[in-house]
Design a protein around this ligand. Structure first.
Ligand SMILES: [Ca+2]
Length: 325
């Protein structure tokens, strides 16, 4: 490489860096590359810097597919490094799509938790987690008395003792939620999660309008520093492609001391208000299929016929014997 070339390259990267600093300082917000994912995802020789993935997750240059549109799949994607900021905002670009028009599932979750890379029953990740879950639930299990439609977007804060399940729609422990529509559209859909001074605000951009629409704002949410971001999804009997197109992390801390960041790492995740717990309802027992009913009836008919034949021949026999005497 000639000297001029090197200079050109240095100048180019210098300009890029300067541009990034300028855009960043304008909003006082910095996208942190070590916590972000931007296209194209496959570099030369390096697949997905800063992130791990597991299960059925598949990486292409344009999207990361947490699950394909097939039954009983599960996948996750986790950032390597803990978040050392008190206030932040993340923007996640995603696409949930599949062949099912009426029946599809189960949805995906965005995590800010103490443990990473742990598989489990909550949209592919562990239950009794510590931290925050933002859940985009596409399948309504709807066993208890909740009256929202699906897909449903909700938040849950857990200190490690609570269980998600809750009729499988999380309505026992949610902080707040809103109904959303994001399946099978031909543009990217986005969610924004902002956590600033213990206020959690979630908004969406699902109509290709390039503007945020408020879903909910919850006060008094305490989350420690030092947790990890992740995303996970599952399919069961019903399925969907759960694709991630981008994950952008913005540090929005202003004038926060190193000591304060360190102190924040010791707090236990906690939210002052969440919906009142109610009694758990199990999934309904699977109904009897027509085939099962047919075989039961057939069995009853055969047994009745057998008993009848036996009775007739028995009485015939007795009558025959009677005549004999
Ligand atoms: Ca559900």
């Amino acid at each position: 490489m000639t000297h001029t070339n090197t200079n050109w390259i240095l100048a180019f990267f210098g300009t890029l860096l300067a541009l990034e600093l300028v855009t960043g300082s304008e909003n006082n917000e910095y996208m942190k590359r070590e916590h972000s994912l931007v296209r194209p995802f496959q570099g030369v020789g390096v697949i997905l810097p800063h992130w791990d993935f597991l299960g059925n997750t598949m990486v292409t240059s344009n999207y990361i597919r947490l699950t394909p549109d097939l039954q009983s799949k599960s996948g996750a994607l986790w950032n390597y490094s803990p978040i050392m900021g008190r206030n932040w905002e993340v923007h996640v670009g995603f696409k949930v799509h599949g062949k099912g028009n009426e029946l599809f599932g189960d949805g995906f979750a965005i995590w800010y938790t103490k443990d990473r890379m742990q598989t489990g029953p909550v949209f592919g990740s562990k239950d009794h987690f510590s931290g925050l879950a933002i859940i985009l639930d596409t399948y309504s299990n709807h066993n208890g008395p909740h009256n929202h439609q699906h897909p449903y977007l909700s938040a849950m804060v857990n200190n490690g003792t609570w269980s998600y399940d809750h009729d499988r729609d999380g309505t026992h422990t949610q902080l707040a939620g809103c109904e959303v529509r994001f399946r099978n559209v031909d543009y990217d859909t986005f969610i924004s999660i902002r956590y600033e001074n213990d206020v959690l605000s979630v908004s969406t951009d699902l109509e290709n309008r390039n503007e945020w629409k408020n879903c909910f704002v919850v006060n008094n949410v305490e989350l420690p520093t030092g947790y990890y971001f992740g995303m996970s999804a599952t399919t069961g009997d019903l399925s969907d492609n759960h694709d991630i197109h981008s994950f952008k992390f913005f540090d929005i801390d202003t004038n926060i001391s190193h000591d304060e960041i360190l102190q924040r790492s010791n707090i236990i995740p906690n939210a002052k208000t969440f919906e009142a717990p109610r009694e758990h309802k199990d999934d309904p027992k699977p109904g009897m299929s027509n085939a099962k009913i047919f075989f039961i009836l057939l069995f009853v008919v055969l047994v009745t016929a057998g008993v009848a034949i036996f009775a007739i021949s028995y009485f015939k026999d007795r009558n025959a014997r009677k005549r004999f005497y």
